[in-house]
Design a protein around this ligand. Sequence first.
Ligand code: SF4
Length: 267
Amino acid sequence: MGTLPVVARVAPHFGEEPCISGKRGSGTVFFSGCTMHCVYCQNYEISVKNHGVTLTPQELAEAYKMLEKSGVHNINLVTADHFVEAVAESLHIYHPHLPVIYNCSGYTSPKTLSILDGLVDVYLPDFKYSNNKLAEKLSHAPHYVETALAAIGEMLLQAGHLRYDKEGMIQKGVIVRHLILPAHTKQSIAALDMLQRTFGNEILVSLMCQYVPWGEVRHDPKLGRKLTRREYDKVKSALSSLHIDGFTQDLSAANATYIPNWDFELF
Ligand code: SF4
């Protein structure tokens, strides 16, 4: 990717956690491209094919203003790591009067994140794997575990303790997402255990079961199916016994409705 942001969609989004989407939606900006390359990526059209429209930092700042005017609860920057300098510039041009959420894979460095210090209120990273070999195999992401844990540590330093407004909408803090993959419950439980041991109750964890097989992975013996109820219950029960606060999805979330329509709608 070049240095100017390529954007696939700018629009209110209602599929995030309740304290992010609320009643009026989250003001999302979906960036094209990604620092990871997951074989099961459901956003393949934008993460790998890089479809989208190139915007300048000034145009990005205008997009925040439009979203803000629509009444959304926050501005939610999705998968922007590879455009971080232009994104920081856009936030210097116009900083919304709403919480700024940085929604990312977690596969980034504290040095990259330092560019956003003071500009982001809420971090929403993934923590996908407890096992580096699996991360290399499924996401082409070497040294994943130590990289993501260091990144989440930096996010916590910047965003601090969890804070909400009177409506229960998040204003500050870190929510870590973990997507459970079919036939990989042990690695999910180990990932939750790592998060608990490293960050205790300083973070919230959002446990996701919305995986649906996509593209080539539909023919994979392990990843070619949805999660079973039994698998999901096993990981949910581990989350509960680790006393981690956060969110769980309903298993009915495992359908394609969570995948935005990549129509390059720029609001
Ligand atoms: S981190 Fe998310 S957006 Fe990036 S390739 Fe993996 S699943 Fe797709």
